[in-house]
Design a protein around this ligand. Structure first.
Ligand SMILES: [Fe+2]
Ligand SMILES: [Fe+2]
Length: 298
């Protein structure tokens, strides 16, 4: 039935390019949202999840490239790989700065590495159906995760409350450069999944897995930061704290997050129906890190 098929918005598509950004962290305080370690560390979890997570995206997509029978999609996937490799590296470069401030993330990142490299890595499967099945599962998982990276990208581009609270401009630029590229390439993972499989049951199943894993890893990450932050005593992570920050606008709201679930599970969903490419492109044209990268490239 045609009305139930994914409907892409063609005008939202842009050619993708990786921007070779760099950031210097010397001036960024430990609590880069002033006076709010909970918000700071909830967002900081990104620096622990994304280096391994986005490396894994790239690893899986290199295996999926030979399955692509459409030149435009292949071009998008190659652009996506370039952007995600850069994101992974940029977040990884925050970790030495955390260590200098007395917060060594290694105990947590070791678990994240195990999760992506072992649990979700290449299993010793014989070439053929089993190996192909495992590749499709992972391509579908990435499509579900990218629903959330686009959601977060759109959120951070619009999170004016972080500016009002005096959040560190370098960290905001990292988050918004990354968020803007997530918005730019938000359709690629879904289009790739539709191209290689597109089954609705697999979409639902892998969404449930991705969502549960993200919630699990995220709350563990926040707890890890609050327990190991040398300036805090008895820092606790609670859902209530998260909910309150969502209402204040320093974190995504619980309501927005819940409303994003049925959208991804709708049969007519396409990522191009969400977020604004124009806003992402406008941010990238003004971002200090992205414009410096353009100048270096020129
Ligand atoms: Fe990314
Ligand atoms: Fe992405």
């Amino acid at each position: 039935m045609s009305h139930k098929q994914a409907r892409p918005v063609e005008s939202e598509r842009v050619p993708l390019k990786a921007r070779n950004v760099s950031f210097s962290w010397e001036g960024t305080p430990l609590h880069w949202v002033p006076g709010d370690p909970f918000t700071t560390h909830t967002i900081n979890v990104l620096h622990l999840l994304l280096p391994a997570g986005e490396r894994w995206f790239v690893h899986v997509y290199k295996q999926a490239l030979p399955l692509i029978r459409d030149d435009r999609l292949r071009e998008d996937v190659v652009g996506f790989i370039g952007q995600e490799a850069m994101h992974s590296q940029a977040h990884d470069e925050v970790l030495p700065h955390l260590r200098e401030q007395g917060l060594d993330p290694t105990p947590y990142t070791a678990q994240v590495d195990w999760f992506f490299e072992k649990l979700l890595g290449d299993r010793t499967l014989p070439p053929g159906r089993a190996r192909h099945w495992w590749l499709l599962e992972r391509v579908a998982l990435i499509a579900a995760i990218e629903h959330y990276t686009a959601f977060l990208g759109d959120w951070v581009l619009n999170a004016a409350e972080l500016d009002r609270r005096g959040a560190d401009p370098t960290m905001l630029d990292l988050l918004r450069w990354h968020g803007a590229e997530e918005v730019e390439h938000r359709s690629v993972a879904f289009d790739l999944y539709q191209h290689v499989d597109g089954g609705y049951r697999r979409r639902v199943r892998t969404w449930a897995t991705a969502f549960s894993a993200l919630v699990f890893l995220w709350q563990r990450g926040v707890r890890f930061f609050l327990e190991n932050d040398p300036t805090l005593t008895g820092g606790k992570a609670s859902f209530r704290e998260f909910h309150v920050r969502g209402r204040q606008g320093t974190l995504p709201s619980t309501g927005d997050m819940l409303r994003s679930v049925p959208r991804y599970l709708s049969r007519s969903y396409h990522p191009s129906q969400e977020c604004s490419t124009a806003q992402a492109v406008a941010y990238l044209a003004a971002s200090p890190a992205a414009t410096a990268a353009e100048r270096r490239a020129a």
